[in-house]
Each structure stands twice: as structure tokens, then as C-alpha cells.
Ligand binder design. Structure first.
Ligand SMILES: [Zn+2]
Length: 411
């Protein structure tokens, strides 16, 4: 399952603590069905979660932690254009070796995780001294938390979990310097995005280096790394995607009366073969206030399509999620607030591997994302998007890709 690291000088990859195997999707949903539709929680009732009956850290008690978790879920629940909501059902239920109280040993963690994998409860676990992170082989000095779905049925997410590393909040400078409260909560809001079914988004990737104020405004909470405390506030990308997965359909502010959708296909240079795993970004047209940096929403091409279909001999971690419709291979569908946009493409940053990956590259082998074939053309647009409208045919043809083997075949 995806985890969240504090940005460090070296963008190290992370060990993956996967409950479900490889995630199959990106720039939006974390898992897709064989129809290409996203796995989402039911919104018929608030999503029910349970919290650890123990301290978050040596200096943060259970009651304080519980209140903070509530506030972090509220960040997502308060999106006006989304219907997602959450409710705390109580403390984590006893199961197996876990008899209740603080989940603070590996055996207890494993039994609670098994119960989650069986779809019985959705635990939010505090690892006060990081002893469980360490027992799992995670790097407790850089991994702030991890989260994801535990169990899926045919169409929906039915349980999920999140894990929080208390070393970043224990008031001690060693072995890990503390994050501020707001920084730590920003990281866990990101984890609760995964819990909710969201994958990472790559927008304003220049923020790995220089990042201006307007770049930060557009930097998603679901960016693979914690770069700035401002990620505790959702960016337009986060708002668009949580609303796309859980659209608010009633009341004055619905997804359909605020957002539209830009679709297209990324092609190789032949203008015919679909290119998958290219990062596509819709940026609002700049009218003088740097709107292009502040309002930008991304998706990979081909997120509906099955990817990394493994074989059990040399690729045991291959994913079987996603559709097999060839028309989905290069397809992108990006939800945007109504307005005028350009569309540009770029490669997935090669540093985003393992638990920091975008798309299906999150696997135990730590594989690098595939490079984008050829080079990016100039951004296309402007594309006017009205609320409730889908503007299709915004195709992007990459420049200078290698020819296909079959290009000289007869009809
Ligand atoms: Zn993450």
C-alpha cells in the first residue's frame, strides 16, 4: 500500500507493505475494476473506521490523537462537491491475538490486518514507538505512514486501514526529528486519501526542486512526497478527483454543476498506437494570476487499462486490475473545475517508485516507471470546459517515438 515520506535530499524508494498486491491505477483512483471503473467505497452510509486505543506517541495521548484523526477525515469530508463521509465506530475490535487496547506488537498488528483483509473492520493504527514499522522492515526514519484498501468485493472497497508513525510526533529529536503538528497531519490527510481510494498525483513536479507560492497552491495533497505543510489543504487536483470518485449530486454545489471533464488519447508518433503511463496535466489558462500553476489536475493515460499483467514465474507481483479494452490504453479523462484549460504531457518522475509510485509501479520489486516515449509536443488548447460537460478528442501525439514493427504491414 502506498506510504508517504518526508521529502529528503535523496528521493529514496520505499519498501512496500502491500495488503492487496499491486495497485492498478493512478492520478485518481487507486484500484480499477475490469470494466475500467474505479473501486470506491459505498456512500450509502458514512465510511466506518476504528481507532487505536493507545497513544499516538510518547507525547500525544489517545484522546488528542482521536480528535486529530477526526479533523483529518474532515478535510476530505468537507469537500462540498464530494459526497464522501466518515464515521468513527469506536476502538479497534479485538481479533485473534489482539484483545483490545493499544495495537502495539507485530502479532497484534498482523491479526488486526487480517481482520481488515477479511473485510471486518477499518483500523487506524498508531505506532507510538515505530516498533511495528521496524518489525515490518519499513524505514521508520523516513516513512510517516501508510494506508490503503484492505478488501474489495466485486465493485467496492469494503475495508481499509491507515498506520501512523509516532516517532515523528514524540517531542524527541532522535532518532527522528519531529514534524510540526500541521506537517504530520498533512501527511496523514494524504494517507486518508489512499484510505479513500485515491492514488498519487503528479502536478507541479518542479516542486521537487524550486517551488513558488503558486506552485504550492496547485501541489496536490496526493503528491507522492510531503514537500510543504500547505499539502494539508486540498489542491484543485485532490478536490476534483475525490469529487469524481464520490460526486455530490444533491444540494446547491454538485460535482456536475461545478466540474466538467477533458478526455483524449495519448498516441505514439504514428498517431494511431496508444501510449500508456504518460502523465497528462490540464492547466487552467493563465490570465495573469498564474492560474496555470494554481489550478492543475492530472491523470496518467491508460489508467483504466489492465497493466503489468504478470506471470507467476518472473513477475509474481503483476497486477490483474483494469480493463482489456484496447481503446483504454492511451485514454485519459481529467475532471476539472469549469473553465478554460491547456493539456500537456510529461513523463512520470523516475524517482516515484515503490510506495511513492504513480500508477501500477507500486510493487515489491521497486521498478522504475516506464519513460515516456519520444518527447512532449507543445500544450494543446485552450479547451473550454462547461460544468457538466465532457470535452473529448483532445488527443496528444508524442514526437519522435520509435516506429512500430508493423508499420509496413499491408491492410
Ligand atoms: Zn502516498
Amino acid at each position: 500500500m502506498p506510504g508517504f515520506r518526508k521529502m529528503a535530499a535523496a528521493l529514496a524508494t520505499c519498501l512496500v507493505l502491500s495488503l492487496i498486491g499491486s495497485a492498478a491505477d493512478a492520478g485518481g483512483p487507486l484500484f480499477v475494476r475490469d470494466t475500467g471503473a474505479a473501486y470506491v467505497w459505498s456512500t450509502a452510509a458514512p465510511i466506518s473506521y476504528r481507532t487505536d486505543n493507545g497513544p499516538l506517541s510518547a507525547s500525544i495521548d489517545e484522546a488528542t490523537a482521536r480528535a486529530r484523526v477526526l479533523g483529518m477525515f474532515d478535510v476530505w469530508q468537507n469537500v462540498a462537491t464530494s459526497s464522501i463521509s466518515y464515521g468513527r465506530a469506536g476502538f479497534i475490535n479485538p481479533t485473534g491475538a489482539f484483545v483490545g487496547g493499544d495495537v502495539d506488537t507485530l502479532d497484534e498488528f498482523n491479526d488486526v490486518s487480517t481482520d481488515c483483509n477479511n473485510g471486518n473492520q477499518s483500523p487506524i493504527i498508531y505506532d507510538a514507538d515505530a516498533s511495528i514499522f521496524i518489525a515490518l522492515g519499513a524505514d521508520e526514519t523516513s516513512l510517516i505512514g501508510f494506508a490503503g484498501a484492505c478488501a474489495l468485493d466485486a465493485t467496492q472497497i469494503i475495508s481499509g486501514s491507515a498506520m501512523m508513525n509516532g516517532l515523528f510526533q514524540d517531542g524527541l529529536s532522535a532518532p527522528v526529528p519531529d514534524l510540526t503538528t500541521a506537517e504530520f497531519d498533512a501527511a496523514i490527510v494524504h494517507e486518508l486519501g489512499h484510505f479513500s481510494g485515491l492514488d498519487h498525483s503528479q502536478v507541479n513536479v518542479n516542486c521537487l526542486g524550486f517551488c513558488g507560492t503558486d506552485d504550492l497552491t496547485g501541489l496536490p495533497t496526493m503528491f507522492p512526497l510531503l514537500i510543504d505543510v500547505s499539502q494539508g489543504v486540498l489542491a484543485p487536483d485532490d478536490i476534483a478527483w475525490i469529487s469524481r470518485l464520490y460526486p455530490q449530486t444533491t444540494g446547491g454545489t454538485t460535482f456536475a454543476n461545478t466540474h466538467g471533464t477533458i478526455t483524449g488519447i495519448v498516441f505514439f508518433s504514428d498517431g494511431e498506437s496508444h501510449a500508456q503511463f504518460v502523465n497528462v496535466i490540464a492547466r487552467k489558462v493563465d490570465t495573469g494570476a498564474n492560474e496555470d500553476r494554481k489550478t492543475a489536475i492530472s491523470s496518467l493515460s491508460g489508467i483504466k487499462f489492465a497493466n503489468l499483467l504478470g506471470n507467476p514465474i518472473n513477475d509474481p507481483f503483476g497486477s490483474s486490475f483494469g480493463s482489456l479494452d484496447p481503446g483504454d490504453i492511451g485514454l485519459f479523462e481529467i475532471p476539472v473545475p469549469a473553465g478554460s484549460y491547456t493539456v500537456e504531457v510529461e513523463p512520470i518522475d523516475p524517482g516515484f517508485t515503490g510506495a511513492s509510485s504513480i500508477g501500477s509501479f507500486f510493487d515489491e520489486l521497486g521498478r522504475a516507471p516506464p519513460p515516456m516515449p519520444g518527447t512532449a509536443p507543445a500544450p494543446i488548447g485552450p479547451i473550454a470546459v462547461a460544468a457538466g460537460a465532457t470535452v473529448s478528442g483532445n488527443n496528444v501525439t508524442l514526437i519522435g517515438t520509435d516506429p512500430r514493427f508493423d508499420q509496413f504491414e499491408g491492410p
